[in-house]
Design a protein around this ligand. Structure first.
Ligand code: SF4
Ligand code: SF4
Length: 165
């Protein structure tokens, strides 16, 4: 499916997610990187050794989610926008997602934006909690949003709606 549509299958997404036991311990990276390409900044940027060093530059990332504390360094550094940090402990009813966001304008903190699934279809409204726009070149802005927990496995991106700008 990924090869034909560019969209990860449910099985691929499910395999990328940590167990509920790990999710309930706090923020953790979710890496949706499924194609062997010569790329490794995720592993080299992780200071906790949570992403195993690549033996071959084409390796797929291998995350030890017990070592990951959700610091987001790998999200900043992934050129494929393949990583997000999920915090299932954000609130009783909502999960926070920290996602890479390369479009302009960036959303405004406190605004409401449209949450999208992996097909780019709108699935919910979500509140923008934080926008981190590092001035360091080559670093992707990160947007943190709060999303209803029922969208844990389907939320993937945002679209800035008119009154969110
Ligand atoms: S979020 Fe931080 S600790 Fe977790 S894999 Fe990425 S860089 Fe490593
Ligand atoms: S940096 Fe991103 S695209 Fe590159 S291997 Fe790691 S997860 Fe995949």
């Amino acid at each position: 499916m990924l090869e034909k549509t560019g969209v990860a299958s449910e099985e691929q997404v499910a395999k990328s997610f940590p167990s509920m036991e790990r999710l309930e311990k706090g923020p953790v990276a979710v890496i949706e990187c499924f194609q062997r390409i010569p790329c490794n900044p995720c592993a080299t940027s992780c200071k906790r050794g949570a992403i195993a060093p690549f033996v071959d530059i084409n390796d797929l990332p291998n995350l030890n989610d017990q070592k990951c504390n959700g610091c987001s360094l790998c999200v900043f550094n992934c050129p494929g926008l393949a990583i997000m940090v999920v915090d299932y402990t954000y609130s009783e009813t909502q999960v926070s997602f920290k996602i890479p966001y390369e479009f302009l304008p960036l959303p405004i903190e406190g605004s409401v934006v449209t949450g999208l699934d992996r097909n780019g279809d709108g699935i919910c409204n979500c509140h923008v909690l934080k926008v981190t726009n590092s001035k360091i070149m080559d670093r992707t802005p990160l947007v943190t949003v709060a999303v209803d927990k029922k969208h844990l496995m389907t939320f993937r991106n945002i679209k800035v709606v008119q009154d969110g700008r």
